[in-house]
Design a binder for this molecule. Structure first.
Ligand SMILES: Cc1cc2nc3c(=O)[nH]c(=O)nc-3n(C[C@H](O)[C@H](O)[C@H](O)COP(=O)(O)OP(=O)(O)OC[C@H]3O[C@@H](n4cnc5c(N)ncnc54)[C@H](O)[C@@H]3O)c2cc1C
Length: 409
């Protein structure tokens, strides 16, 4: 319910959003991958559409009215999302899916929040995640990039790696160590670091798929305004948990599909369409394998919906790990079944063989979800400890001031 306004019935809300879409939605050109497959470029028309959705309160309907929302309950926000999905219009449901905007809304400072939140909802700024380092991936609390306060700003020095989209980003969500005299989880702070500055150097990494989504990022006296600190100094670990939960929920929902761009089905389940085209749809083994993948996907969609209904603004849910782990397994299975359907034909490659090209791409790209956002093994640890209540993994450096941990003196 919008603050102070009378409650809308579901039917009245549905009618309102339908009428608004009928008046404003005229379709959009497809966004395209950036150079070398890095990032995704949105068109000016796309951004203009998002601005309209944001200003109208449809982008984040669960959020309060003073933050572009409508203060609606989850089930009413889903009515809006379904109406947008029915006509193929993007931009709604960002209060569930936009990890940058949700993290900023929950933790940004009073002066930074009004500047950054609308820019994030309207996708006027590009973002990247500056978490992993050469010596700190699964054990993120072991980061050594430092941020030292100097008056009204912090000075950042160190290195990150595997940073998706860094080459085009305007800001990076950065975790950096601000206190070396407390245990590792307690001395970390969380920033929105401006990327387009002299102290930030981005070097692309080349992937097995031929793309370059990832980068190494080096900081040499990079400057971050103090107002870009999210949460209190030293409280960055808690902010990170919220941001990671949103990231996992998005990764648990889906992933990139085939990249050839050659249409493979007219609304039919793609694996069924592929098997029909390859003339093996009658094969009982193939049918069983396809049914298994579809079953996994449906089950995962239900689990993700359950996890999301648990996720109140600014909190994290360990059940998201289950969805991410399941999606990782599903993507590997899907790629394997595509290869099975194509048989020896899957050994071919190149633009003349788009089906084989897609199967090979999906096989290689499936590792994206198994590693990015926390590996499958780490998701299992989280599920074991936080969902099943098993004993914690031993951690000898957990309570030791970080400066005293071997290698940090
Ligand atoms: C597609 C993709 C996108 C990414 N994007 C970003 C990004 O934008 N920003 C960013 O900061 N990072 C990003 N990453 C980095 C990613 O988060 C790390 O690669 C990941 O967290 C693993 O860290 P690592 O590579 O250092 O491996 P390590 O932590 O060294 O792990 C190596 C192996 O040991 C296992 N392992 C480690 N610790 C444990 C444990 N306690 N229990 C059981 N097994 C364990 C791991 O599961 C893994 O198999 C991305 C990675 C990929 C693949």
């Amino acid at each position: 319910m919008a603050d102070g306004a009378p409650a809308l019935t579901d039917d009245a809300l549905r009618a309102e959003v339908r009428a608004w879409l009928a008046e404003h939605w005229k379709g959009l050109p497809q966004p395209r991958p950036g150079p070398g497959g890095a990032g995704w470029t949105t068109t000016p028309e796309h951004r203009a559409w998002l601005a309209k959705v944001v200003e109208s309160g449809w982008a984040a309907p669960r959020w309060p009215t003073e933050w572009y929302g409508r203060g609606l309950a989850d089930h009413q926000a889903r009515i809006i999302e379904r109406e947008f999905a029915a006509v193929g219009a993007p931009g709604s449901g960002q209060d569930r899916t936009n990890l940058w905007a949700n993290t900023a809304l929950a933790y940004a400072s009073p002066t930074f929040k009004p500047k950054i939140v609308p820019q994030l909802l309207k996708q006027e700024v590009g973002m990247c995640l500056l978490y992993s380092e050469p010596g700190a991936g699964s054990d993120l609390a072991g980061i050594r990039t430092r941020a030292d306060r100097n008056g009204d700003h912090f000075v950042v020095n160190g290195q990150k790696v595997w940073t998706s989209g860094a080459a085009t980003a305007d800001y990076g969500m950065l975790i950096a160590r601000t206190d070396w005299d407390v245990p590792k989880h307690k001395g970390i702070s969380f920033f929105f670091l401006p990327m387009k500055q002299e102290g930030v150097e981005v070097r692309p990494l080349h992937q097995i798929t031929g793309e370059s989504h990832f980068n190494e990022v080096f900081f040499t006296d990079a400057i971050c305004p103090a107002e870009n600190l999210l949460g209190a100094p030293g409280a960055g670990w808690g902010v990170l948990q919220t941001a990671l939960a949103y990231e996992r929920s998005v990764m648990g929902e889906g992933a990139r599909g085939p990249r050839s761009g050659v249409a493979e089905s007219n609304g039919e389940e793609p694996l069924i369409a592929l098997a029909r085209e390859a003339g093996v749809l009658g094969d009982p083994l193939i049918r069983q394998e396809i049914a298994k993948v579809i079953g996994y996907r449906r089950l995962n969609a239900m689990n993700t919906a359950r996890a999301k209904s648990d996720l109140a603004q600014g909190t994290s849910s360990s059940i998201m790990s289950l969805g991410k782990l399941a999606m990782s397994r599903i993507l590997h299975e899907e790629a394997r079944v595509r290869t099975l359907i194509l048989g020896a034909g899957s050994l071919l490659e190149g633009p003349d063989h788009p089906r084989a090209e897609d199967a090979n791409f999906l096989t290689l790209n499936a590792y994206f979800t198994s590693i990015g956002g926390g590996t499958d093994q780490i998701q299992r640890n989280i599920i074991g400890e936080r969902v099943l209540g098993l004993p914690k993994e031993p951690e000898v450096d957990r309570d030791v001031p970080f400066r005293q941990v071997r290698g940090n003196a």
